[in-house]
Unconditional design. Structure first.
Lengths: 338, 383, 262
């Protein structure tokens, strides 16, 4: 593919940038998610929305076609063999050059592990403000206002950043992926010869994850468990139920910290946001940390002993009983029905 | 309810054990009991917290504290799991002979490792035919050149199989009876030494109890503790010190049983009100609380008496052991009754406290033997 | 002796933060702070490295004087020196301003081998400070590290991300945030160290001593600002079902049928 080339110093200035995570032959879907709110904002501000992708080469990217229908107006590729591996220091320096030369109005990252490693490093280099794990973006008097739950409690903080570009990482799964018909303009940014592609990090080996990455954010049905299930053994029964209902298993933060479930199953602020057709929460009281990640589910069922629990209140139907007991009976009944 | 004026150090000790109990013990105690296992984690936590060094003199890497601190530690630990506290207390029982009677070389070699918790101890006196009648032991230690050869067996030995160091009482001169017994230090890998059957117990199920087998067990002569013939003096002295610890265990268990059942009685509604409102229930708790305080006062006072350097501690330490453990038995039984069916279920811990408490009336000298000792001491004291 | 610096944070006890519905400010029900649980993992990592390579472990925290017990707790866990960065003008610092204060203090400790941190705090949950410190000190930063050891004069690091585990090689110094599930066992405080630390106090550095002006730190030095804070109120909206677990299970199955799940 022949790309339009543009020199670093000639980059267009003043737009909105989004980080497109291209790694291990994949464009991380969260990069497309964050374009959804940013598109609205960039249109209101009459600025272009530009996706910034760092990678070694364009070959072999499995979901390259998705790029062509994403919401970005332009995609800027920075291509160099040294970008094959994620090296925090080098990648941050590359982005710092992009920012210095294109002087964007905003720069946003998906809150992936790479995104949350890279954004603060870039913010540190450029001494910029950075908001973390934002789950809402709005524009007021041309100022970007960001919101996020904080203090692990039912507290929401609204934040602004006084420095330009405004920077934030955006919670995973918070926004749906939208596409458009018009293909974005794809450009290749040419860095000057003098730029050093060296890194102090040497990636020696890579062990791909053996765990099947849970498809939580895409699941149609989710059965989730919280501390009310009392122990890991009870929590494990959710997997049996999930099998019977063709569902995915989700978990609250405390449960992941207890080691009952892998962190990939965490729903909420520091985990993923889900919007299934049916969500069933077993023994989940519903701290904001969790509910922000599932409140947009189409139909919410809560099972809890506490009538006053927040999840019971947001549920379409709530069953007031011991979640572990109900879970046992439910599995038994469903098994006999099959 | 009684507030003891503990020193800053003692308060730090209690707070630390509480922390360890909450984090490393409480969530798992019922599971350990159910599965009859001893996990390494709680012992590692006790070791990393320096808690195995409480009574080890500071020149050997311990804290050099006394019997009262040991009792406070054991009481608090028993509140969380008497199985763990038995493992813990038994290692003190195995280290007392070295502290009290060991020579400098033995102390230097073993005490620092015990203080760090790198080496667990056990104390082995009981044999199949020698329980309360401890003088009936048959295990023999025969000296040949620079070595002793030990033959025989011990049974019901706490920390059997998990200990690194065993203090074993054996006869060096069977013709002299009790005066012919000696104490030896056996290391777990000594040739001819092996672990026999692992016992299945009613309670204290996360503490390991096994037989010890000696089949021409060959040990160098410097493993003799004290002198030949001192075996029973060493054993009795060790038990004098240890008995307070059993009393402390009893208070810890009783306290836990009372708290669990009390909380239940506050919240359990029958006939339209908390069952605590019924006199049969609240008077039982009044008795429980009073008896626990009385037992605690006795145990602490005996511990302080020992720490003040008293020589004649047999009678009073027997009182502490027998009184506190009988109370623990009574309290844990009543605690089950106060909770009705729930108390009997293995989902709740009170039934475990009840099973654990039973052993305390038996081990380290049955309560009947304790009364024998007290009676014998009375005769001396009021002669 | 080579040094490891561990940055820790005192966080409010979970559940003690509420919002004043009128003033929209945070109400703290308790001034007591606890050691951020994720930082305990970083301390454990430091202590294990100290046991292998004989490091001196320096623990450092920014905050008001009620952070001192947290530093002492870290000492009891095995850290060797305590540093508190405390000044009224630090109040209100965002992650960048906080990182600047920490970086300035760490510079005074140079040379050092490693800076370790927890993955994130349980209150702010930003995970931003470690990479920001790395950027400000111009040393590498690596996040979500599960393993660290020395080999042929280099450090070998295993870090985890969504794609798998990567093995990295780099030379000191660098900043690493430690994965919260790195260890099965975290040691408790030591009794001896608890007794020792009663007699010692952390070294305290103020803004002035670190060469920081009021413009660089606190609210003034923080590019990000909280403009509003509120508690999310929830109104009940659905149906509440009560009864025996058997009955409830039946009802739930009927609902699942209407949703075509069975």
């Amino acid at each position: 593919m022949v790309l339009e080339e543009v020199k670093l110093e000639n980059l267009e200035k003043g737009h909105i940038l989004a980080f497109g995570e291209c790694y291990k032959k994949m464009i991380h879907p969260s990069s497309f998610e964050i374009l959804t709110p940013l598109k609205e904002i960039s249109e209101s501000l009459r600025k272009k929305l530009i996706l910034i992708c760092l990678t070694a080469s364009l070959e072999e990217t499995e979901n390259f076609e998705d790029l062509k229908k994403c919401l970005a107006d332009e995609i800027w590729f920075i291509l160099n063999p040294e970008l094959k591996d994620f090296k925090d220091d080098l990648w941050a320096r590359v982005l710092a050059e992009i920012v210095k030369n294109s002087r964007p109005y905003g720069f946003f990252f998906p809150a992936t592990i790479i995104g949350t490693s890279l954004a603060p490093r870039l913010a540190g280099i450029l001494k910029l403000g950075l908001c973390a794990h934002v789950n809402s973006l709005e524009l007021k008097d041309n100022q970007i206002i960001m919101a996020r739950p904080t203090y692990g409690e039912n507290v929401i903080a609204k934040l602004i950043s006084k420095s330009v570009p405004v920077m934030a990482t955006i919670s995973l799964g918070t926004f749906p992926i939208n596409y458009k018909n018009k293909e974005p303009l794809i450009k290749k940014v040419i860095f000057p010869e003098t730029f050093s592609w060296e890194s102090k990090l040497k990636i020696k080996r890579f062990f791909p994850t053996k765990k099947k990455i849970t498809k939580l954010s895409a699941a149609k049905v989710i059965v989730a468990g919280g501390r009310g299930l009392k122990n890991k053994e009870n929590f494990q029964k959710l997997f049996e139920l999930a099998k019977l209902l063709n569902a995915e298993v989700g978990a609250t933060r405390p449960v992941c910290y207890e080691g009952w479930a892998e962190e990939e199953r965490m729903i909420g602020v520091s985990g993923v946001t889900v919007r299934p057709k049916v969500y069933i929460g077993f023994g989940i009281s519903g701290a904001l940390q969790h509910t922000v990640g599932m409140e947009n589910s189409e139909f919410i069922i809560a099972v809890n002993t506490d009538k006053e629990a927040p999840l019971v209140k947001i549920a379409n139907v709530a069953f007031i009983t011991d979640a572990s007991i109900l879970l046992d009976i439910l599995i038994e009944k469903l098994k006999t029905m099959k | 309810m009684l507030n003891y004026s503990f020193s800053e150090e003692q308060k730090i000790l209690i707070e630390l054990i509480t922390k360890i109990g909450e984090e490393y013990i409480k969530p798992y105690a019922l599971k350990w009991d159910e599965e009859e296992i001893l996990e390494e984690r709680p012992l590692k936590a006790l070791a990393d917290a320096d808690l195995f060094g409480i009574i080890i003199p500071s020149e050997y890497g311990g804290l050099g504290w006394g019997c009262l601190e040991m009792c406070l530690a054991i009481e608090k630990l028993s509140y969380y799991c008497a199985g763990i506290s038995t493992t813990y207390a038994a290692t003190f029982l195995g280290s007392y002979p070295i502290i009290l009677f060991g020579n400098k070389e033995q102390k230097e070699k073993y005490l620092p490792e015990i203080a760090k918790g790198h080496k667990i101890c056990a104390f082995a006196l009981t044999e199949p035919q020698a329980g309360s009648d401890a003088f009936a032991i048959k295990t023999i230690a025969k000296k040949e050149g620079d070595f002793y050869y030990i033959n025989g067996m011990k049974h019901f030995i706490t920390n059997g199989g998990i200990a690194d160091i065993y203090i074993v009482i054996a006869l060096t001169d069977p013709s002299k009876g009790a005066r012919g017994a000696s104490a030896f230090l056996i290391e777990k890998n000594d040739p001819g030494f092996s672990i026999g059957k692992k016992e299945k117990k009613l309670g204290l199920r996360s503490s390991m109890t096994t037989e010890l087998l000696f089949n021409d067990c060959k040990i160098p002569k410097n493993r003799l503790i004290g002198k030949e013939g001192m075996g029973f003096i060493i054993a009795l002295k060790t038990l004098d010190f240890g008995r307070c610890g059993v009393g402390a265990q009893a208070i810890g268990i009783a306290q836990a049983a009372m708290e669990v059942s009390l909380k239940y009685a506050f919240y359990r509604i029958q006939f339209g009100q908390p069952v605590y409102n019924f006199q049969a229930v609240n008077h039982t708790f009044a008795e429980m609380a009073t008896k626990i305080e009385a037992a605690r006062a006795l145990v602490y006072n005996v511990a302080k008496y020992i720490d003040n350097g008293a020589k004649d501690v047999s009678g009073v330490s027997s009182m502490a052991k027998y009184f506190a453990t009988d109370i623990a038995m009574w309290v844990t039984e009543r605690a089950i009754q106060m909770m009705g069916g729930f108390g009997y279920m293995r989902d709740y811990p009170v039934q475990k406290y009840f099973r654990d408490a039973k052993c305390l009336q038996i081990y380290e000298g049955t309560n009947e033997i304790q009364k024998n000792i007290i009676a014998r001491e009375l005769l001396k004291y009021y002669k | 002796m080579n040094k490891i610096i561990v940055c820790i944070k005192g966080v409010p006890i979970p559940g003690t933060i509420k919002v004043d519905s009128e003033t929209h400010t945070l109400k703290r029900e308790s001034l007591e702070l606890i050691l951020n649980p994720n930082d305990r993992v970083a301390i454990e990592m430091a202590i294990r490295l100290k046991e292998i390579y004989d490091f001196k472990v320096i623990v450092i925290s920014m905050g008001p004087p009620n952070v001192i017990p947290i530093l002492k707790h870290a000492y009891a866990l095995g850290c060797d020196e305590m540093i508190l960065l405390s000044d009224k003008i630090f109040a209100g610092s965002d992650t960048l301003a906080t990182s600047l204060v920490l970086a300035k203090a760490i510079q005074t400790l140079s040379p050092y081998s490693l800076i370790l941190t927890g993955l994130k705090s349980i209150d702010g949950e930003t995970a931003q400070v470690p990479p920001e410190i790395g950027a400000l000190l111009e040393i590498p930063s690596i996040t979500n590290v599960k393993k660290l050891f020395k080999q042929n004069g280099f450090w070998i690091i295993i870090r985890e991300n969504e794609y798998g585990e990567e093995e990295l090689e780099l030379s000191e110094p660098f900043v690493a945030s430690i994965n919260s599930h790195t260890f099965d066992y975290l040691r408790p405080p030591s009794l001896k160290r608890l007794l020792e630390v009663k007699k010692i106090e952390p070294v305290i550095f103020t803004a002035n001593e670190l060469g920081l002006s009021p413009e660089q730190v606190g609210l003034k030095g923080s590019p990000t600002q909280v403009i509003n804070i509120f508690e999310k109120k929830i109104e009940a909206k659905g149906t509440i079902m009560e009864g025996s677990p058997q009955e409830l299970a039946e009802k739930l199955i009927r609902i699942l049928k209407t949703k075509d799940l069975i």
